[in-house]
Write a protein that binds this ligand. Sequence first.
Ligand code: 4NP
Length: 148
Amino acid sequence: MKILMVCLGNICRSPLAEGILQHKVGDKHLVTSAGTGDWHVGEKPDRRSVEVALRNGVDIADQRAQHFSPLFFDGFDLIYAMDQTNYDDLMKLTQSDDQRKKVKLFLEDAFGEAANVPDPYYGSITDFEAVYDLIDRATDQLLTKYSF
Ligand code: 4NP
């Protein structure tokens, strides 16, 4: 299975989601991430994401930000939006029901209730820790739900 995590900048939330889920599923599946915005293309994840992940045994330092391309709709089986805006932006780019079916709001698929992974970019390290914990719990739920 190929799973894509999507946020706005691809430097804070989706790199964590990629790193955490990839760490949990190992080589069984491919997990990667992208941003709906292109400002940070080629950059490493935000150093606060790198630090919080590393403290939890997940190394995301080698990731580089990429911009979401509509070609990804056919290259991935599941596309997770970190928040409702990311979801809406992705949906606007879809061209078929098959593509639309792949796009899911991350926390809604995990917990059965629509919610956003809050953007920690303008926040503190505590906000990054909270995002890490939220994504960690959500990915546990998804592992149970789909037996990835
Ligand atoms: P992310 O956070 O979407 O979780 O990567 C952001 C990173 C950068 C910006 C916004 C959100 N930015 O405006 O540059």
